[in-house]
Design a protein around this ligand. Structure first.
Ligand code: GLU
Length: 358
């Protein structure tokens, strides 16, 4: 081959390389940039064998390994990971909730970030998602995801859940919808979603239905959140230091009112009563709750039933006792809103306004 021909070939190869680099950069630039903030849970869990789908250790696998386990993520987004915590979600404290929210808030303000995914244990995922839904000031998608089986199990659900969560976090049509929870192909509002089954991959549902679905890399939307969230609320994580203690007391037949006094002694600023039926309070416990209210504690009546909502002045005269009702929020979500509400006001009427509103 002559020198001239060699030179032409070299030039062609260079041009092709430049072209492919430019095309690659263009393709890269059009992909959304998603940060995965890992906190632990079953999605990072590991069991002794493939048949251990329900007995395993949560919070074992680091975020980089989780990402490496789903190479398809790079087809739908430019992904990077951060390890916030490595815990089972029942061990989440208020301090960790605030720390996580502040980090996600900072990420959401970063112009290099288009969306955030938070991997989380499923036990308290609904509390974290509701908290973030109320305190973040962003339109960017913030998506919580978990799994019911560890990655070491047969038919593990974490890989597809994570892929779906990244798809949603990178979608422009997921913007402005508040914090979202993606599990089992469904997209839920972080406000409404709750864990209802503790042994199946269809563990999460929302009383008022999911917002949409995510299937094979595409989102499908069916309704919009009705309650104010993120930018529309009066809570801002960047202005928040800590959360006041709020405890839930579970109502049953033949309970003891001493559970309420124990909560007060432990420092509770509000007690959420997870009442039977319509948030009912046993007749023999009413005086204890009235006395605690007189001492300044807020009393919030919610229901242990799971669906429906607690009506004011039904079962108990809330106006007369100056108590609050939790509307349709289950006890664990009522606990989150009560704590946030108390950072703004200790007026029971203001608390009630917030419970109707959010
Ligand atoms: N209890 C653990 C947690 O919430 C494992 C349950 C799960 O993630 O599904 O992190």
């Amino acid at each position: 081959m002559t020198r001239r021909i060699l030179r032409i070939l070299a030039r062609g190869a260079l041009a092709a390389a430049c072209f492919s680099t430019a095309a690659g950069a263009l393709a890269q630039a059009t992909k959304p940039r998603v940060v995965i903030v890992a906190t632990g849970g079953t999605i990072a869990g590991a069991g002794a064998s493939a048949t251990h789908s329900a007995t395993y250790q949560a919070a074992k696998v680091p975020v980089d390994k989780l990402i490496a386990g789903v190479p398809e993520l790079s087809q739908v987004a430019e992904v990077r990971g951060e390890q916030a915590f490595q815990i089972a979600s029942e061990s989440f404290t208020n301090e960790q909730l605030v720390t996580l929210a502040k980090r996600v808030s900072a990420l959401s303000k970063d112009p290099q970030v288009d969306g955030v995914v938070i991997t989380h244990g499923t036990d308290t995922l609904e509390e974290t998602s509701f908290f973030l839904n109320l305190v973040l000031k962003t339109d960017k998608p913030v998506v919580l995801v978990g799994s019911m089986r560890p990655g070491t199990s047969m038919s593990a659900d974490g890989m597809l859940n994570l892929y779906n969560a990244v798809v949603v976090a990178g979608s422009t049509d997921a913007r402005g919808k508040g914090t979202l929870v993606v599990m089992n192909d469904q997209i839920h509002s972080g406000r409404d979603v709750t864990k209802r089954i503790n042994i199946q991959t269809s563990a999460f549902s929302s009383q008022w239905g999911p917002l949409g679905m995510v299937v094979e890399g595409r989102t499908y939307w069916f309704r919009a959140p009705a309650k104010p969230h993120t930018r529309q609320t009066e809570f801002d994580i960047d202005q928040l230091g800590s959360l006041p203690p709020v405890y839930v007391v579970y109502g049953t037949g033949s309970m003891t009112p001493e559970l309420y006094t124990a909560a007060a002694k432990a420092g509770a600023k509000a007690i959420v009563h997870a009442g039977t039926g319509n948030g009912s309070v046993p007749g023999y416990a009413v005086d204890t709750l009235k006395a605690l209210r007189a001492q300044g504690l807020q009393v919030v009546r919610s229901s242990r039933v799971g669906d429906g909502f607690v009506l004011r002045n039904s079962e108990q005269p809330d106006d007369k006792y100056d108590w609050v009702v939790a509307h349709d929020l289950n006890p664990q979500k009522a606990k989150i809103l009560a704590a946030l509400a108390l950072t703004r006001s200790n007026d029971s009427k203001e608390l009630q306004r917030m419970f109707w509103q959010y």
